[in-house]
Write a protein that binds this ligand. Structure first.
Ligand SMILES: Cc1cc2nc3c(=O)[nH]c(=O)nc-3n(C[C@H](O)[C@H](O)[C@H](O)COP(=O)(O)OP(=O)(O)OC[C@H]3O[C@@H](n4cnc5c(N)ncnc54)[C@H](O)[C@@H]3O)c2cc1C
Length: 620
């Protein structure tokens, strides 16, 4: 089954959950308006459905070949990449000074979801290039920008991101790749990097590697790391491709999923040292890499949303066709979508997907505000908000990507386990996202130890206040369709407030307890924030819709499973008046079935730490 971009969901999420419309009204985006957003997403959806989605299976089955140092992608991929750059998709959010279209990151976030949903292994390549552009634009010298940015923005060349070494995974500070000053302003790099995505391929004629390495006199740990640009081909004075650099793919990995994406072991310096150029200052590479990683972390979160959306569309399609059992003594076998347990699975898939999308889009709008707001204070506040939300977006969205893809297999029954349906591919493809760009465990630790204490806790408290205002608005709405939504969200918020306070108090004096509770805390945070954002979308849909009949609980849930992207049309803000009841039903389902986990999560964080931190025979 092919993929159709859920444009209405995306627009509603962007405009009314994430706050794009408010940011537009505040003038942060200049001339840009909601109609352009809708038009861009519509075109992106067409490209994804027509060009990228058909190659998803091809990439999975064919995989990547390495012969004589050359990496070959699956049939049709180089051609699709050419079409991608010709259509200008690589340049959507790139800086205008280097040929980019300068569109808001929020729009690019929605596009990233579309590329990843149609073909996650293909979309991974530009995802990394865009992060590289970000780092080079923020930290590179004018000369480096002039040489590399235009080609990276257009997509004529791709970028890689290289941290990992055999002994340095989560602990980046343990890396050993060496950089020596060459005396002419350049550096000679020697060492090995593993698991490098698109480290070598046949989509473009040059690849620009962004590599972390250590100078001989550098301090130990992360304070002694520098970032270098290492092109596959060095450049002649006129900008044409010159000699091959001493940087090669030594081998490729055989993986559980994303078979279409090359994952390479890279070797630098077999012939004396690869020529590299410093980005930013010596020993300040982690700051540059954080720019790159933060952007990539949001994009990887969007991969989770994307795979969840794709799995949901496929499961819904199957559940409408497959007939088993007789619901209410029907004379013929009923479609499985009629069974309450299947409906529960499908509603779970849709609700988790939309909540994760809302959190990712809210993060993207916060990043846009951090860059585009007028006034230093507003930019700083937005930057703190983006920093707080980034680990939540990455970890929650990629965790639910796996959960939803797994449910997708389950909805298909035995056919889900058979490769033919494609449900199994989504499940395999989804599994990498909680691991790379910093494992989800590391994201949770980042949230608890670095993000909660931001501005002495004021950043997180301001966010909780915002959630409280949404819950107040739900309470005021007085609509039976909202069911227990307000009560459940308020309970969840109370749990989150108490737990945040508990963790902030322990961040310094009982760090192990804080670390032990980090993962359930991130989940609690995401369920509360996701529930509030879905409520905001439901309130907006209700406000913008034509007068609604009061939905009873069960038809309301039926609306929650209505299809998207089946030629329903959309308005510029995603609320077209046709499906407000469905949106309310999903927000309600989420609050009544997922926000209610908050109490259990609170107890596991505040009461469950001792058994984790104390010596235990259980792991002997
Ligand atoms: C397909 C694929 C593509 C990749 N692409 C790239 C790429 O393009 N560039 C790149 O640089 N890397 C890439 N990676 C590497 C990836 O980022 C790492 O695998 C990841 O960061 C985890 O590192 P590790 O594998 O060494 O696991 P480890 O660091 O060994 O972690 C193992 C487990 O221990 C936990 N853990 C480790 N340290 C701590 C701690 N301090 N506190 C709590 N828990 C901890 C982790 O959460 C994890 O569960 C890729 C990996 C894969 C599989």
């Amino acid at each position: 089954m092919t993929y159709r971009a859920p444009i209405n969901d995306m627009l509603l999420g962007l405009n009314h959950g994430a706050g794009l419309q408010a940011a537009l009204k505040a003038g942060h985006y200049g001339d840009f308006d909601g109609d352009i957003t809708a038009a861009v997403l519509e075109e992106a959806g067409k490209f994804a459905t027509d060009i990228l989605a058909p190659l998803n299976r091809v990439g999975d089955e064919h995989g990547i070949k390495l012969a004589d140092g050359k990496v070959t992608t699956a049939p049709g991929w180089p051609d699709a990449y050419q079409r991608w750059i010709e259509a200008g998709w690589n340049a959507v959010s790139g800086p205008e000074a280097f040929g980019g279209q300068g569109l808001p990151l929020a729009i690019n976030a929605a596009c990233t979801e579309i590329w990843s949903a149609s073909n996650i292994a293909f979309g991974l390549c530009p995802l990394l290039t865009l992060s590289a552009i970000e780092a080079l634009d923020a930290h590179g010298s004018d000369e480096l920008k002039k040489i590399y940015l235009e080609k990276l923005v257009s997509g004529q060349w791709t970028g890689t991101m290289q941290l990992t070494e055999p002994q340095a995974g989560s602990d980046v500070g343990a890396l050993r790749t060496r950089a020596e000053r060459a005396g002419d302003g350049s550096y000679r790099i020697t060492g090995q990097k593993i698991f490098i995505t698109y480290g070598e391929h046949d989509l473009t004629d040059n690849i620009v590697h962004f590599v972390l390495a250590r100078l001989p006199d550098a301090p130990a740990g992360t304070k002694g790391i520098s970032l270098f640009v290492i092109p596959k081909f060095l450049l002649n004075a006129d900008g044409s491709l010159g000699p091959r650099n001493d940087a090669h793919a030594h081998s490729i990995e055989h993986k559980l999923g994303i078979h279409g994406s090359p994952t390479c072991t890279m070797v630098y310096g077999d012939a004396g040292g690869a020529t590299g150029f410093l980005v930013g200052e010596e020993n300040r590479g982690m700051a540059c890499m954080f720019t790159m990683m933060n952007r990539a972390r949001l994009s990887v979160g969007l991969q989770g949303v994307a795979i969840a959306e794709r799995a949901t569309q496929q499961a819904l399609g199957y559940a409408r066709e497959r007939r088993q059992g007789h619901v209410d003594d029907a004379p013929t076998a009923s479609p499985i979508i009629a069974h309450p347990d299947v409906r529960r699975m499908l509603l779970t898939m849709r609700a988790l997907t939309r909540a994760a999308r809302a959190i990712c889009y809210a993060t993207a709008v916060a990043i846009d505000r951090a860059e585009r707001s007028t006034g230093e204070a507003a930019r700083e506040l937005a930057h703190a908000r983006a920093s707080l939300l980034t680990p939540v977006a990455k970890a929650f969205a990629t965790d639910i990507g796996c959960e939803v893809a797994s449910l997708g297999v389950q909805v298909h029954g035995g056919m889900g386990y058979i490769e033919e349906t494609g449900a199994a591919q989504h499940y395999r493809d989804a599994r990498i996202a909680p691991i790379y760009e910093g494992t989800n465990g590391i994201q949770a630790i980042d949230l608890v130890t670095r993000k909660l204490p931001l501005a002495q806790g004021r950043t997180v408290r301001a966010y909780l206040d915002e959630i409280a205002r949404t819950v107040d608005a739900v309470d005021r709405v007085n609509d039976a369709g909202f069911g227990w939504m307000g009560v459940r969200l308020r309970d969840a918020l109370d749990c989150l407030e108490r737990t945040t306070h508990w963790l902030l108090a322990r961040a310094h004096n009982d760090r192990d307890a804080a670390l032990a509770g980090a993962t359930p805390y991130l989940r609690l945070f995401a369920l509360t924030a996701g529930g509030a954002l879905l409520a905001q979308e439901a309130l907006a849909a209700r406000r913008l819709a034509a007068p609604l009949p009061t939905p009873s609980p069960s038809p309301g849930l039926t609306r929650g499973l209505r299809g998207e992207g089946r030629g329903e049309g959309h308005s510029a803000d995603g609320a077209d008046g046709t499906d407000a009841a469905g949106r309310i039903a999903i927000a309600r389902f989420f609050a009544e079935n997922f926000a209610v986990h908050a109490g259990a999560l609170e107890r596991s964080i505040t009461e469950g730490a001792d058994t984790i931190t104390a010596p235990t025979a259980a792991l002997e």
